[in-house]
Write a protein that binds this ligand. Structure first.
Ligand code: FE2
Length: 148
């Protein structure tokens, strides 16, 4: 992992974000870690290289995390699956926009990324992800029972 990562210890995470689906919670914590890395950059003088590093990590992370969530939601027949996927696509689109802004050396990029990611925690994880918890937990319990 990168040098940036060792500086952080998930400052912004708190247990109210816990969905009690271990594989998802673990991935969400990783997202918070990236957010903390970004917050820490405010104090750095030469941020560009590190912003790029966070953007790349974020892109890889969203690919893995959204695939995990979407696969689980399909298996658990979660209602409003399509609406949830649209939210994920908007996030992916936003990262693409940030990458363009980075290439144009937009000086407000860091602030924009922090604001967007903060909003994402509050709204997406707490409200949108929260809706799949019950059917996904039920699906996981049933799957575990089948394997016994
Ligand atoms: Fe989600």
């Amino acid at each position: 992992m990168s040098s940036l990562e060792s500086k952080n210890d998930n400052q912004s995470w708190n247990n109210s974000y816990m969905l009690n689906i271990p594989m998802i919670d673990k991935q969400h914590m990783r997202f918070f870690k990236l957010f903390d890395m970004l917050m820490a950059l405010n104090k750095e003088v030469d941020k560009d290289f590190q912003i790029q590093e966070v953007l790349e990590e974020l892109e890889k992370y969203t690919h893995v995390h959204f695939n995990t969530e979407e696969a689980l939601m399909r298996k658990a027949n979660v209602p409003d699956y399509d609406l949830h996927v649209i939210q994920h696509q908007l996030f992916i689109q936003k990262i693409e926009e940030f990458k363009v802004a980075f290439s144009y050396k937009n000086s407000l990029l860091l602030e924009q990324m922090v604001a967007f990611m903060r909003k994402w925690f509050l709204i997406h994880i707490s409200e949108i992800d929260a809706k799949y918890v019950e059917p996904v937990q039920k699906y996981l319990v049933e799957k575990a029972m089948e394997q016994e």
